[in-house]
Design a protein around this ligand. Structure first.
Ligand code: UDP
Ligand code: MG
Length: 318
């Protein structure tokens, strides 16, 4: 069997405290895999600097000038977020050439030894190998709970992402060709790889605490990612809104019928003021919530329809 050419994509945003160690660890790991004949000698690392304000890009440039074949990368003109950085990495390695590609975080929280297990699954014929965390010990209670709710919600809405899969995965170049056919700007990768229908499996890996620097995600950026994931891959929330509207209308019809009958039979209209006030508040709340849900989709359409570029590259080192 042919030995695959592997590309590893690493998104980085202000990672100067991690990068040297990360580049050396990954470079040693590539050598180890090459010696074991698991990957070809021309395999490489591809860094996407997501508009860092620190010295991240200088570090990448320095390593590139020492070994341009192995260390490549590009720098965004500004910060576009981790999903865009991953997409840019996937598009670039497709252009530069590879048989399969792994994405991993710059802080190497994910156990790199799982990459060998990914390659074994790839050699068995799997086209998408999803890394799944063995546990979430390194996450705060809030992050753990919101992540759990997100995966459960996505599954209910029809996007079957395995619980605890982040963006640590291996994909075959076929997935990159399919990605080319998805012009949408806010592509949510975890949903996309499920959508492709490629032969998929999972590999469990250990998560370590971040060895340097701070997490680049806060509650709001995680909520943004989750909302984008839902609105770009499922219209089930819109259907739920329609059903809620229908149920509320039926309920209102019954209440109105009761009031009319009471007026005709008992000539009594004063009862039920408390019920009325509660109902007005409740129905008003639901209406505004439903408007918000629809608004999320309108926002998604607004962003897509403008047709702006996904990201702008400032420099590339290949
Ligand atoms: N990242 C990025 N752009 C951003 C935020 C994060 O490219 O706007 C990168 C970051 O440098 C890291 C990866 O995405 O390589 C995951 O980020 P982080 O480790 O901060 O997230 P956490 O592990 O806390 O979820
Ligand atoms: Mg991290």
């Amino acid at each position: 069997m042919q030995i695959p050419k592997l590309a590893i994509i690493i998104p980085c945003f202000n990672e100067e405290s991690c990068l040297k160690s990360t580049i050396e660890t990954l470079s040693d790991y590539l050598k180890k895999l090459t010696n074991k004949n698991k990957i070809s000698k021309d395999s490489y690392l591809y860094f996407v600097d997501d508009g860092s304000k620190d010295k991240s890009w200088n570090i990448i440039e320095a390593y590139h000038s020492k070994n341009p074949q192995e260390i490549k990368g590009q720098k965004f003109i500004k910060n576009y977020g981790n999903q865009k950085a991953l997409i840019a990495g996937l598009e670039s390695v497709r252009r530069l050439g590879c048989d399969c590609v792994v994405s991993i975080d710059a802080d190497l929280q994910q156990d790199i030894n799982a990459i060998e297990a990914f390659l074994d699954k790839y050699n068995q014929g799997y086209e998408v190998v999803l890394g799944v965390r063995k546990n979430r010990k390194t996450d705060s209670f809030l992050k753990k709970t919101s992540a759990y709710l997100f995966y459960k919600t996505m599954n209910i809405f029809g996007v079957k992402i395995p619980l605890n899969h982040s963006d640590f995965r291996l994909v075959d170049k076929k997935a990159l060709d399919i990605m080319e056919m998805y012009p949408e700007k806010a592509l949510f990768l975890r949903g996309f790889f499920h959508e492709t229908g490629l032969k998929t499996t999972t590999v469990a890996f250990d998560v370590k605490p971040r060895f340097a620097g701070k997490s680049k995600f806060n509650f709001f950026s995680l909520m943004g990612l989750a909302l984008n994931g839902i609105t770009s891959f499922s219209i089930v929330p819109l259907r739920i809104v329609s059903c809620v509207g229908l149920i509320m209308a039926l309920f209102a019809f019954c209440v109105a019928l009761e009031a009319i009958l009471k007026k005709i039979i008992f000539h009594n209209v004063l009862h039920g003021v408390t019920t009325m006030i509660s109902l007005v508040g409740f129905v008003g709340g639901i209406q505004i919530f439903c408007l918000g849900v629809i608004g999320e989709y309108v926002g998604q359409i607004y962003n897509e329809v403008k047709g702006r570029p996904r990201y702008i590259t400032d420099e590339e080192l290949v």
